[in-house]
Design a protein around this ligand. Structure first.
Ligand SMILES: [Zn+2]
Length: 502
């Protein structure tokens, strides 16, 4: 019987479920039908595959060709199945040995000339292929991405003809390699040493990094809030191999490519407040990841927080808790990872100068209240560190030796503090459950009284109790202290005062 089976993979969120392409040749009127692809994709795939085979100087079978892609309920968009479909047709027609297909998986779009075109989402497919014990053959421009995965040999090819020659045993294919992986890996580019003054804000940034706490800067324009925020990813511990692969997989399915020189650098994403909801959290008829997923394992910076669409900000609450986002569309649903660390910045009032020594602010109390209310209480509740960033006096800016510590020095302390958390609880302090916080953040009776009085005075919710405990734990970890002391707790309470009006 003229039946050929080819292995390929679909793309669903950031995973790559297996797809089997079956091709059957039979008598009857010549023609090609494809089952299992959306109707609009069928015609295009049929035309590309037919012309590519003819342009590769091979005969398209003059029989009834039936192509079936299964299972039926997977998303199967785009041209990624062109190569496996073409190989299946050629194998069913006897041009390729059918058994040669068994140990490989194939992905790639065909140009009419028979050249292979790059596709998105190769990395997740390569990870799964390696797990299944098969080599993956991809278009040349996708080779470097496939080769990030260890455990299986990945091949790249420029054309349908090259793949056919390889499967016939008439030629070899180049083994895919990733450039620059052995060279020095860049883990940060912006240095904290560039930031003048602002010791309190620098301290808050270090605590945020050490405990993976979300952070809000409140201050007038031009005080370096953006400069500080954009240096957070550089003082975080570098990505480990697994995290780097997960972050790269999001980039891959988003069609953003992977920068191999920087692939262990934590992502830093800073979407503008005019960004659409789909751009920010993900969406589209074929769901694509948004900024919050591109910031997976890294930093999401939202400057001018109150200017963002309030509905968009509300959507952030779920991934802030769960580290993932589910995009629901009429056709299908996709889940993307979104374990980002949030850094936000805002002015204290509409004009930006409330509380400034210049006395420039003329906003009414009502206008200030309305402005701040654009950021909801439940969202603010999830931001452990909230700190004012005042303007730096000119004398301090000009002082010799005012340059702060470098990112590398701060990062050493952050890594040491993270290791303590890892050994104690297996996770950063910011994501301790309330029960774990209760267990690991023991206070003396008098310190507990101190915290309760502070909550009362600042008008904070009961939820803030555990949030402050976690920050105090991080401050104690930075000080290499087994117990949380009064000084640690007092400092943690300070980071809840920026918007509390105290
Ligand atoms: Zn003002």
């Amino acid at each position: 019987m003229s039946l050929a089976i080819v292995h390929s993979r679909a793309q669903e969120g950031v995973t790559a479920p297996p797809v089997t392409v079956e091709v059957h040749l039979s008598g009857g009127l010549p023609g090609t039908s494809i089952v299992g692809l959306p109707e609009t994709a069928v015609k295009e795939a049929r035309d590309r595959v037919r012309v590519a085979i003819q342009n590769a100087q091979m005969d398209y079978p003059g029989r009834r060709v039936t192509v079936s892609l299964g299972p039926a309920d997977l998303p199967k968009d785009g041209g990624r199945f062109d190569l496996p479909i073409a190989l299946g047709i050629l194998a069913a027609a006897g041009y390729l040995p059918k058994e040669s297909l068994a140990n490989y998986e194939f992905l790639g779009e065909l140009a009419l000339s028979g050249e292979l075109r790059a596709i998105t989402g190769v990395l997740p497919a390569a990870l799964k292929a390696a797990k299944a014990g098969r080599s993956l053959i991809v278009p040349h421009d996708n080779g470097a991405e496939a080769a990030l995965v260890s455990g299986a040999t990945m091949y790249s090819a420029s054309s349908l003809l090259e793949v056919c020659a390889f499967l016939r045993g008439a030629a070899t294919l180049p083994v895919a390699v990733t450039p620059a992986l052995d060279g020095p890996t860049i883990i940060s580019e912006l240095d904290l040493a560039d930031v003048r003054g602002q010791p309190h804000a620098r301290r808050a940034l270090e605590i945020a990094a050490a405990g993976r706490h979300h952070l809000l800067f409140v201050g007038p324009p031009g005080t370096g809030k953006t400069m500080l925020a954009s240096r957070l990813s550089g003082i975080l511990p570098p990505l480990n191999e697994a995290e780097a692969l997960q972050a790269a997989a999001v980039s891959s399915v988003a069609g953003q490519g992977i920068d191999f020189h920087r692939w262990k650098m934590r992502p830093f994403r800073a979407p503008h407040h005019t960004a659409s909801a789909a751009a920010l959290v993900g969406g589209g008829s074929i769901p694509r990841p948004g900024e919050i997923s591109l910031a997976h394992h890294g930093v999401l910076f939202l400057d001018e927080l109150p200017e963002f669409d309030r509905r968009v900000l509300e959507v952030l609450r779920e991934p802030l808790e769960s580290g993932r986002i589910i995009i629901s569309r009429a056709a299908r649903q996709a889940e993307f990872p979104a374990a980002f660390q949030l850094v936000a910045a805002m002015n204290p009032c509409p004009c930006g100068y409330a509380g400034d020594v210049s006395g420039r602010c003329s906003c009414t109390p009502e206008a200030v209240r309305r402005y701040r209310a654009r950021v909801s209480g439940p969202l603010l509740d999830r931001i452990d560190l909230q700190i004012q960033v005042p303007r730096v006096p000119l004398t301090e800016l000009g002082a010799a030796g005012a340059a702060g510590e470098s990112s590398a020095v701060v990062r050493e302390r952050v890594i040491a503090a993270r290791e303590r958390q890892q050994q104690r609880a297996g996770k950063p302090n910011a994501v301790l459950s309330n029960r774990e916080a209760q267990r690991d953040c023991e206070l003396t009776t008098s310190d507990r009284g101190l915290l309760e009085r502070a909550l009362d005075r600042l008008g904070l919710s009961a939820r803030a109790y555990h949030r402050i405990l976690r920050v105090a734990r991080t401050i104690a970890d930075l000080a290499d202290s087994e117990r949380i002391g009064t000084a640690h707790l007092s400092e943690a309470i300070q980071y809840r005062r920026a918007l509390a009006g105290a």
